[in-house]
Design a protein around this ligand. Structure first.
Ligand code: DNO
Ligand code: MN
Length: 376
């Protein structure tokens, strides 16, 4: 594996490359052209410029997160083929610039969903959190307004005000799209891009839906092993792979994370490693379910918050997750995912420097210990 950190680019990120460069073991960044709308073409010159910005700090680009997919592609609407054509040309330009991993997602309307961007924990750190009861109560159009104030002066990817202003219209566009239709449109897209991926050896890594179930009645399809296997079979090419995001698949305790990693061997091209803490509340009928990590968690309305990366701080066994990656020979980029906001940092929620740096060191520590034990 190669340890990396996500960076939103010179103009947008409050975290600077020279700071990332000082995190032990991190020389690669995962980045994007942040000002591009989904469906736009990325020119080779723009990619060259991005590469040069990164090289200036003595670092390199380990992959792109994300080249976003337009709603027309997801819906199969009017501009689908034009946008796919732009996507193919973008991949070609990335390939020519020697970039070989692209992360994307296929979630309708909202990228990942949270109900709080700054829930305060006992130690004073703030974290992103999700509460299903809150989601059930809120009208999706009010969702953006309700969390808007918490962004620390930044704009969260997927929550751009221009986009949120169109939420009603977007919902309308998806009204005839169910899981099957969305799946068909994903397969159509993948089939179209596979030739260019093969030509330039670009590994596509679909990011799971977060949380791993339908929200606001919108269909979600990349949320468990069965569905991923189906997607990979439909377009059976090693370049059609996944981003294994522990925090996203892990929202559903029925997803056995280490087992999934083992079953997806060879098709995980990118890993997001982070921990969650499930909060338990008693259901009226007293029902509870035990997660694969052995913790009792509620069936039905879920509440979780993002913990620090350490196993002891949350609900996941991070050692088992990293060990499964190690034992399946994972050699792609890996990154700590969202971090807590600590030490008075002001940054994009989830994407501050400090806690992600702690996460990067912790994951590398686990990896080193697993590696040394395996070699004995
Ligand atoms: C959240 C991220 C996602 C991810 C996209 C990939 O922080 O993991 O926003 O980048 O879903 O397209
Ligand atoms: Mn992720």
């Amino acid at each position: 594996m190669e340890m990396t950190l996500r960076w939103y680019g010179k103009e947008f990120d409050t975290v600077k490359l020279w700071q990332i460069r000082q995190i032990p073991g991190v020389k690669g960044v995962i980045t994007t052209l942040y000002n591009k709308a989904a469906g736009d073409l990325w020119t080779q010159d723009e990619i060259k410029k991005l590469k040069a910005d990164v090289a200036e700090a003595d670092m390199h680009i380990s992959g792109i997160e994300s080249v976003n997919i337009s709603d027309d592609i997801k819906i199969g609407a009017g501009k689908r083929d034009e946008h796919i054509d732009n996507y193919i040309k973008t991949l070609e330009n990335l390939g020519k610039e020697d970039i070989h991993m692209v992360c994307y997602n296929f979630m309708p309307v909202f990228d990942w969903t949270r109900t709080e961007l700054a829930r305060r924990r006992a130690d004073g750190a703030t974290v992103l959190a999700y509460n299903q009861t809150a989601v059930d109560k809120i009208n999706p159009e009010d969702m953006f307004a309700s969390i808007n104030g918490d962004m620390n002066g930044t704009v969260m990817p997927g929550w751009e005000p221009e986009r949120m202003a169109r939420v009603k219209e977007l919902f309308e566009m998806y009204k005839d799209i169910d899981e099957e239709k969305l799946f068909e449109n994903l397969v159509y897209f993948l089939k179209a891009i596979m030739p260019v991926c093969n030509k330039y050896d670009i590994k596509m890594a679909i990011h799971p839906d977060d949380p791993a179930w339908n929200v606001f009645g919108l269909p979600r399809i990349i949320n468990n092993e069965k569905n991923i296997q189906r997607m990979m079979k439909a377009v059976d090419d090693v370049h059609n792979g996944v981003t294994f995001c522990s925090g996203s698949y892990g929202t559903n305790p029925e997803n056995d994370l280490p087992q999934m990693i083992r079953n997806l061997k060879g098709r995980i091209h990118f890993a997001h490693v982070r921990n969650l803490q499930f909060n338990t509340f008693q259901h009226e009928d007293g029902s509870q379910v035990t997660s694969w990590a052995g913790e009792k968690i509620p069936v039905g309305p879920a509440d979780f918050e993002e913990a620090c990366h350490l196993s002891s701080d949350g609900s996941f066994d991070m050692y088992e997750i990293v060990k499964a990656l190690y034992e399946t020979g994972f050699d792609g980029p890996i990154r700590p995912d969202h971090g807590r906001m600590i030490w008075d940092e002001k940054a994009m929620p989830g994407y501050g420097l400090y806690d992600r740096a702690l996460g990067a060191c912790y994951i590398q520590g686990l990896w080193e210990a697993i590696d040394k034990a395996a070699r004995r």
